[in-house]
Design a protein around this ligand. Structure first.
Ligand code: SF4
Length: 75
């Protein structure tokens, strides 16, 4: 994996150094050694640090959350 400085590139983009919290039902947190990763179950991928901030603060208006809710209704 590509590295920038001493940190692997993925950590620069995805690592969060506070425990992220969102009331979105599709938001998942994984605890790693010294950092956290957040994942969206709608997008089925890890969230960048910028996206995590949006999930924490603006989850109510997230368009992906609406898509996730629609997908649950169709099941
Ligand atoms: S991107 Fe949207 S749907 Fe996904 S976890 Fe964040 S707020 Fe929820």
């Amino acid at each position: 994996m590509a590295k920038r400085g001493r940190e692997p590139m993925y950590k620069t983009i995805f690592a969060v150094y506070h425990k992220p919290q969102s009331e979105c039902q599709f938001f998942e947190v994984q605890e790693k050694e010294g950092y956290y990763l957040a994942r969206c179950r709608v997008l089925e991928r890890y969230l960048t640090t910028d996206q995590v901030i949006k999930c924490e603060n603006y989850w109510r208006t997230c368009p992906f959350r609406r898509i996730g809710e629609q997908m649950l209704e169709e099941d």
